[in-house]
Design a protein around this ligand. Structure first.
Ligand code: URA
Length: 231
């Protein structure tokens, strides 16, 4: 009999030790939906703002001096796909957003073809101010903006990076081959222990000049579509 009471007592002690008394004694309801997510998003927005402010404050930069606007990004910072172009052109400089000119219209069509749009991707460039006369950014300029771009990637934390054109490819993968050799394959870009699937494809401005190359871009886009299904 007393053995029975002892076992019951031990069970009871074990049971009460499992209960979080704070939850019972507090008469406030438990919000099971308030997970970490909102904070993560808030932190992300703050980090992006800080990065943007730092780029806005950059000193002794000829690109900034000749440009009208900072072109930071467009799209959804919580998306799985981050697209990196070369640098703003005249239209982007005027409006302050990347890929808003003819190349941007083509990019939008390309994204639509795989059911993506600017609410489902995040877009930025290697340099954030327009190089005069739409020239390519110099090696020195790319080097100066690369730490910003890398931080940008870390903050957005995408699953996939689409590198449009050779400037973005060189900056991120360090590859100097021609795009036709590098495109159509997945690369793993590692940044601060994050491994990000990266793919290189033709820049839409190039596709406007060489439309016969669009068939290869289509292959790359389909690779992104398939990869997204698995992520
Ligand atoms: N080309 C780019 O690389 N980026 C833009 O934002 C526009 C055109």
């Amino acid at each position: 009999m007393s053995k029975n009471i002892n076992t019951k007592l031990i069970k009871l002690i074990k049971y009460y030790s499992l209960i979080n008394h704070n939850l019972i004694l507090k008469n406030k309801s438990i919000n099971r939906y308030s997970q970490k997510q909102p904070n993560i998003q808030k932190d992300k927005a703050q980090s992006l703002k800080k990065l943007r402010d730092e780029i806005k404050d950059i000193k002794n930069c000829k690109l900034k001096e000749s440009a009208s606007n900072l072109v930071f990004s467009d799209g959804n910072p919580n998306s799985k796909v981050m697209i990196i172009g070369e640098g703003p052109g005249a239209n982007e400089d005027k409006e302050g957003f990347p890929f808003v000119g003819r190349a941007g219209q083509l990019l939008d069509k390309m994204l639509n073809a795989i059911n993506l749009n600017r609410t489902k991707v995040y877009i930025t460039n290697v340099v954030n101010y327009r190089p005069p006369e739409n020239r390519k950014p110099t090696e020195k300029e790319v080097k100066r903006y690369l730490p910003f771009l890398k931080r940008h990637i870390e903050i957005v934390n995408p699953k996939i990076i689409l590198l449009l054109g050779s400037t973005a490819m060189n900056a991120i993968l360090g590859n100097t081959d021609v795009i036709s050799k590098v495109r159509g394959k997945w690369y793993k870009f590692e940044i601060n222990k994050l491994k990000i699937y990266s793919i290189v494809s033709f820049h839409p401005a190039y596709l406007l000049r060489q439309p016969e190359q669009k068939k290869y871009s289509w292959i790359d886009l389909k690779m992104i579509r398939e990869k997204l299904k698995k992520l």
